[in-house]
Design a protein around this ligand. Structure first.
Ligand SMILES: [Zn+2]
Length: 273
């Protein structure tokens, strides 16, 4: 069986039946495709928008349809990848070709996205859930986006948008990034932390919100992951869109981040229950 076929079979088990979009904050829309989120961010003054992440492969039509519903025929300024895992970059190439727009990622993530390095093997034991056990079937790359991929600007600016900044949040992967809008403290966390624990098939299926550290089976450096969550908590975000799970704000986010940091090594690292 081809790698991709096995992966899709595995992921078929975890499909959430409904794909839907919802508002995270003003001009920030999250679209959930199966168990993964992508985000559309707009600046209405300039009529510019960008896409954050691209979900699994073969999701481009759903993303384009949603974009058309939100923005008519306006193409985005850019597609930004929080990191290079298969469930965030799956539809990146067809979308980049369709809209004729560049992809951006942190320079530290480029080796995984320019054909030179695969992600390390997944940890099937991490967290003890069904998805962790399936995780060795997931693609680890390397992916090759040469010709359409550029490093994000070093000064933290976001191509095409004036009110957002990107910041390094390594740990889950070396070049993982998050995005932040200062004026209303909106955060796009990527997989630095998530709002539905990813290791358990049951939790993923139910999509019941629970703030949790990065998906354990694929997290490369737990100390960096901890520091990154601390860095994001110190921004005092009012609301967060994460790579997996519903948007979360208010005390659920503030208290959730505090308690996650307080119990980080006992409840989030690979061998915690
Ligand atoms: Zn990931």
């Amino acid at each position: 069986m081809k790698d991709e076929t096995r992966q899709h079979l595995a992921l078929g088990l975890t499909s959430i039946r409904h794909n839907h979009h919802q508002t995270v904050a003003s001009n920030v829309i999250q679209l959930t495709l199966k168990f993964v989120n992508v985000c559309f961010i707009e600046e209405p003054e300039t009529q510019r928008w960008i896409l954050i992440d691209t979900a699994l492969s073969r999701q481009e039509k759903k993303i384009i349809d949603c974009a058309r519903y939100l923005f008519g025929n306006r193409a985005p300024e850019a597609i930004i990848l929080t990191h290079g895992h298969f469930d965030h970059i799956g539809s990146a190439l067809p979308l980049s070709h369709h809209w004729q727009v560049p992809l951006y990622a942190s320079d530290l993530e480029l080796p995984y996205l320019t054909g030179s390095r695969a992600y390390p093997p997944a940890n099937a034991e991490a967290g003890g859930g069904t998805i962790s056990r399936l995780s060795p079937l997931f693609s680890r790359g390397p992916y090759n986006f040469n010709g359409v991929l550029s490093p994000l600007p070093e000064d933290g600016t976001v191509p095409g948008l004036a009110t957002w900044r990107w910041l390094q949040t390594p740990g889950h992967t070396p070049g993982h990034i998050s995005l932040f809008r200062e004026y209303d403290r909106s955060l796009i966390a990527g997989d630095a932390f998530v709002s539905v624990q990813q290791e358990s098939l049951r939790r993923v299926f139910l999509q019941r919100p629970q703030l949790s550290g990065p998906p354990r089976y694929f997290t490369q450096d737990w100390e960096h992951a901890f520091e990154s969550i601390k860095k994001l908590a110190m921004l005092s975000p009012s609301v967060a869109a994460t790579g997996h799970g519903p948007p979360i704000g208010g005390p659920g986010l503030t208290d959730g981040l505090k308690s996650m940091l307080a119990h980080f090594y006992s409840s989030n690292t690979p061998y915690a229950p």
